[in-house]
Design a protein. Structure first.
Length: 303
């Protein structure tokens, strides 16, 4: 790459990707994006100066570094190697940065396939929430070659204030899945407990005081109680469908290496059941209300 800013491609400008892409663009990087059925974030970025590619081939030809922030590893593989795939249009020496929360084994397979084409790969899943994505204060956990990380670090710095090199390719994904198991699993536990408290007829303001004063308090508890007490689910814009997917992926990862996944599977079943009942797009803080609905009562109205 030359001293000029590298040309950046971004695939997946949804809840997390829009904020990251917006901050990359604001820092002066030439940005090309792929369209999506949700036109609002795409149109916003184009209005800020991004170029919308007609297909993956066009995006690949216009990019030195390509970021992905998609729901699954299968989506990434299709975008890279499917019809009008991005990989065939990338020049040798290009870097693919995958911010998808996905199976580390699939990430390593994709990296090996790209390496045969002379293309480098990092996995750099994102921590925190869409609010921090918009603010440019995400965290990211990077697996892959240190030299490749240092090459793209200035781009990562535009949207992340915490960058952790975790080890070889795939280790970023593994760390993110463990992180998400803890945070999403905690949300399931809290949600079930709060739903039980509501069923018992407890004063939920008083419950909030009790938990806030003790060892069970946590940022996740406070985020969830914002919805329980005030109907505000905006502090964590994480859809139920993504949480369910992450728990399933974590459980498979644990079972692959012979570790237990009893708790992960139980939490995953809770999220999957709520998803199957039509709440896939609801945000995680609403989970106490959705669990209450399973018992035919409610904590507060759910729009």
């Amino acid at each position: 790459m030359t001293d000029a800013k590298p040309r950046v491609g971004y695939v997946g400008v949804g809840l997390m990707g829009h904020g990251a892409a917006k901050n990359i663009l604001a820092a002066g990087y030439p940005l090309t994006i792929l369209g999506h059925r949700n036109r609002h974030p795409v149109d916003d970025l184009v209005g800020r100066g991004a170029t919308e590619a007609a297909n993956g081939t066009e995006l690949g030809a216009a990019s030195d570094v390509v970021f992905f922030c998609l729901p699954t590893a299968d989506n990434v593989e299709a975008a890279l190697f499917g019809p009008d795939g991005i990989a065939a249009a990338l020049k040798p020496g290009a870097i693919v940065v995958d911010s998808t929360t996905a199976d580390p084994a699939m990430t390593r397979q994709t990296g090996a396939r790209l390496a045969e084409m002379g293309i480098r790969m990092l996995d750099a899943p994102l921590g925190r929430s869409p609010n921090e994505a918009e603010a440019g204060t995400l965290s990211t956990y990077v697996g892959g070659d240190v030299a490749d990380l240092e090459e793209v670090r200035p781009i990562l710095d535009t949207y992340a204030d915490t960058i952790v090199h975790t080890g070889p390719l795939g280790d970023g994904m593994a760390c993110k899945l463990i992180n998400n198991f803890i945070s999403i699993g905690t949300s399931a536990l809290i949600s079930e407990a709060v739903a039980t408290a509501a069923r018992l007829g407890l004063d939920l303001e008083k419950l909030h005081e009790v938990i806030s004063a003790g060892g069970a308090n946590s940022p996740m508890f406070q985020i969830i109680m914002e919805w329980v007490l005030r109907g505000d689910d905006s502090r964590l814009k994480g859809p139920v469908r993504i949480a369910a997917k992450d728990l399933r992926t974590y459980a498979r990862l644990a079972e692959t290496v012979g570790a237990t996944a009893f708790i992960a599977n139980a939490c995953g079943q809770t999220y999957s059941l709520v998803e199957a009942r039509g709440h896939a797009e609801r945000y995680m803080p609403v989970m106490p209300g959705l669990i209450a609905e399973l018992g035919n009562f409610k904590i507060r109205d759910i729009d």
